[in-house]
Design a protein around this ligand. Sequence first.
Ligand SMILES: [Zn+2]
Length: 418
Amino acid sequence: MNATTFALLFIAFLVTGLVLRLWLAYRQISFVSRHQDHVPDAFANDIPAEAHQKAANYTAARTRFGMISTVWGIAILLFWTVGGGIEMLDTWWSARVNSPLLVGLGVILSVATGSAVLDLPFSVWDQFVIEERFGFNRMSAGLFFADTVKQLLLSILLVTLLAAGVLWVMRATGDYWWLAAWAVWMGFTLVITWAYPRVIAPLFNKFQALEAGPLRERIDALLKRCGFTSRGVFVMDASRRSAHGNAYFTGFGRNKRIVLFDTLRKDLEDEEVEGVLAHELGHFRLRHIPQRLVLMAVFTLFGFMLLSWLARQEWFYAGLGVDTASDHAAILLFVLVAPVFTFFITPIGAWFSRRHEFQADAYAVRHADASALASALVKLYRENATTLTPDPVYSTFYHSHPPALIRIGRLRTQTPNG
Ligand SMILES: [Zn+2]
C-alpha cells in the first residue's frame, strides 16, 4: 500500500462513518418525534403524556447535540492527522528535548491536553445548556470548573504513566514488544479497575455506607440469597451534579462494592431498589465483568499486534500527515484513527451487552420480585426522560440496553401474579 491509497481509504471510512452516524441520528429524531403524541399502551398507566413528550424533546436535543459533536470530533481528528497537528508538535518538542522518550511523552501529553481543551466547549454546552434546559443539571460553575481541573490532572497523570510504560517497552524489548506492551496495558487496566472505587471515585463524590434500617436489611437478605460478599453497599451523592438516577457495581476481588445514586434512593420504593440490585447482582453472578475483561484483553492483544505491524509501514505515517516514523507517532495515530474503522462493529458490542442485560433481568426475576424491577425501570425511564420509542435501527446499532417496550414486556410476562 502507498501513502495516498491509505489516506484515501482513511477518508473513505471516515466519510462513510459520518454519513452512517448522521443517518442514524436523523432516523432516531424523526422516529421519536412521530411517536411523541402517543404513550405506548404498555406504559399508559405509568407515564403521563407530558413526561413522554419531554422524553421525546430530550432525546431529540441530545441526538442533535451528538450530531454536532461528531462533526467537531472529525474536524479535530483531521487537524491532528492529515492537517499536520502531530507533525507540528513533533517538530516543536524535538527541537527542545533530546531524549526520544521525553519527546514522545511531550507529544502524547500535548495531544491529550489539546483534545481535552478542544472538547471543553462541548462539555459546557452539554451540562449548562442541554441538561439545564431539561432540569437535570445540578452543577454550579465552580463545581464544573473543579471537576474539569481534577479530571485533567488525573488524565495527565494516568496518560503519563501508561505512555511512559509503553514507550519504554517499545524501545527495550525488541520484536515482541507488542506482547510486553500489552502486558503493561493489562496490568494498568486491572490496577485502575481495582483502585477505582477506593481511590478515583472518591475524588469526585462522597460515598456513605447505606445506613441501618428496613432497606439495609432487605439488601443484606438479598446479598445473602445470592451468595455475594462485598465491602458493602454505598450511597453516592450524585445529586450534587445531576438529577439522573442510577446504580452500579464496581471493582473486583475484595474491593467490589455496590453503589446507589442518592437520586435513585429517593425516587424508588425499597422493593424497587431491591429489584434493581438483584439485576446488578445478576451481572456479577453471571460473571459478565470478567467476560468483558477477557473480551477486551483479546481485542487489545490484536490491537497491539496490528500496531506493531503498522508501526513498520511508511505509508501509515505518511498517509496520516506525519513525516518521520516514531514510536509515539505510531501510538497516537493508532489510538486516534482506530475508532474510524472499529465504529462499524459497534452493533456487535451493543448486541453482546443487550444479551447480558436480558440475562441479568432473568437472574433478578429468580431472586427478587419481577414486578418491582419492572416498576423501578419505568420510574427510571420517566425520571431520566429516556425515550420509550427509540428508532429500532438506531437502537440495534447503538444501545447497550434493550428498548423499554421489549425489556418491560419480558419482565411482565415473567411476573407470577401478572
Ligand atoms: Zn444491567
